[in-house]
Design a protein around this ligand. Structure first.
Ligand code: GDP
Length: 459
């Protein structure tokens, strides 16, 4: 295990004005550093303070009390990082924070790198790599589903699921080795047939976990989504409704939206990476023509296309041209017969074969219940409970898990086809390495650095 020999300090709350700010110190000298800058009102030394109890006192900066604060000591190993940790809660003004940090640095602490507290927790074995990744994502969560996905229970379940795959392959390897070392003796714990059954069972478990990535990535990264439709069908009204604010200009004048507006918004359990487009239509206006071209490109990249029609009017030539364009797109196409609050005049049978779903909708009344249920059904696995089940969300872990499952499949194939125990052993070892990488049991320094560099300083 890597031992960090320096003590670090950083602001853990966002910089700027706030009611309070929290400064964290971690490392073997955390208490000694705090002792040099903190005077408890009780006169007690930091070394004599009860663990995990906030104590009132002053922080000294250049010999003077700069702020009255609360200080809490978390002795190793019962702290976030697993090291001795001290937290100082001071008043949330930037000059106070800067003065306290410079006092701590003068007292022997060093500035923490991005994610260094969490990295130390990982190295101390307090967190697996997938849990550390989830904590990084939690700070970036854009929806309540995201908070649940990266929350404690969910990240712990994922870590346990990945770890159990690793341990089961470890166990299987010893059975394979026994078959190789003592082929004629009855020492192997499992027969070749039993090994085959175990290989299939572990691979199936891995593949079930892989299948959860679709849901995890819809919650974490969102679904690239475009709004298409001829002018005045209600695209901008829907865009504003989904954004929860007046982000796009809504008028009765056709061609108001010229450039693409983009926003990431929650809908149901997932995020939509939403683009409101200028629409796709012939235009004499040079600016609008560029907008139309951009709309087409966005539509080609989208995984989900909401196509709006004015349900209060009959389908016209412009709608028909849009239907032919839809046929060139690969995303899931959902037709929204908008303005369902008005009398219907649109014959939905013309949509057949062009879109996969048709939904009457009113962007004006703003009820998105049916729309969000449909999107959830299309992009998530409804048997999964976000916040309870193990759900894969990291492309790094997905790639490693996939490699592991494929190696297990090749191991089974070698054993089944030719009884080649040596070849099966080699493949099972590759699977073990992939599963170890997945949860960070054995992972390169580059991968670890890449994960933590995306963290903020102070986490
Ligand atoms: P866009 O050109 O497709 O972006 O359409 P807008 O969002 O600008 O809407 C065009 C007009 O239709 C505006 O006057 C909206 O208020 C109106 N509109 C949009 N959605 C609805 C709806 O669901 N019902 C009704 N009655 N009017 C709507």
């Amino acid at each position: 295990m890597q031992i960090f020999d320096h003590t670090i300090a950083a602001l853990s709350t966002p910089p700027g004005k706030g009611g309070v700010a929290l400064i964290r110190i971690s490392g073997r000298d955390a208490r000694a550093v705090a002792e040099r800058v903190f005077h408890a009102k009780s006169g007690k030394s930091v070394f004599a303070l009860a663990p995990r109890c906030a104590v009132y006192g002053d922080v000294l900066f250049e010999g003077e009390a700069i702020d009255d604060v609360l200080l809490t000591v978390f002795p190793a190993p019962n702290s976030y990082t697993g090291e001795d940790t001290v937290e100082i809660t001071c008043h949330g003004a930037s000059p106070i924070v800067e003065a306290i940090l410079s006092a701590l640095f003068a007292a022997g602490a060093m500035p923490a790198a991005p994610g260094e507290f969490t990295r130390r927790a990982f190295v101390a074995g307090k967190l697996s790599l997938s849990e550390a990744e989830a904590i990084g994502e939690l700070l970036d969560a854009k929806s309540l589903s995201g908070v649940k996905l990266f929350g404690r229970d969910s990240r712990h379940r994922l870590s346990v699921a990945l770890s159990s795959l690793y341990e089961d392959v470890c166990h299987l390897l010893s059975s394979l080795l026994a078959v190789i070392d003592y082929p004629d003796e009855d020492l192997a714990e499992l027969s070749e047939d039993e090994i085959l059954v175990r290989l299939a069972e572990i691979e199936a478990r891995g593949r079930r976990l892989l299948a959860t990535y679709r849901t995890g990535s819809a919650v974490k990264d969102g679904i690239p989504t475009v709004l298409l439709g001829k002018p005045n069908t209600g695209k901008s009204t829907l865009y504003n409704l989904l954004c929860g604010r007046e982000a796009a200009i809504v008028t009765e004048i056709a061609g108001t939206t010229r450039d693409i507006l983009e926003a990431t918004v929650p809908l149901g359990r997932v995020l939509l990476r939403l683009s409101d487009t200028a629409g796709v239509r012939e235009s004499e206006d040079a600016v609008e023509r560029i907008g139309v071209l951009r709309s087409k490109e966005a539509a080609e990249r989208a995984s989900l296309v909401f196509v709006l029609f004015d349900g209060a009017r009959a389908c016209d030539a412009e709608d028909e041209a849009l239907l032919s364009f839809l046929d060139t797109l690969s995303g899931v196409k959902v037709a929204l017969l908008n303005k369902s609050d008005l009398a219907s005049a649109f014959d939905a049978s013309v949509l057949e074969g062009h879109v996969s779903h048709v939904l009457p909708f009113s962007a004006k009344t703003g009820d998105t219940t049916a729309l969000s249920a449909l999107v959830d059904r299309l992009f998530t696995d409804d048997s999964l409970t976000i916040g309870e089940d193990a759900i894969l969300f990291s492309p790094r872990a997905y790639a490693a898990l996939l490699r592991g499952c494929e190696a297990l499949s090749r191991a089974a194939e070698a054993l089944r086809a030719t009884g080649a125990v040596d070849a099966a052993l080699m493949e099972a070892e590759s699977a073990l390495a992939a599963f170890a990488e997945c949860d960070g049991k054995e992972v390169s320094e580059d991968v670890v650095s890449d994960i933590f560099k995306h963290f903020c300083v102070g986490k």
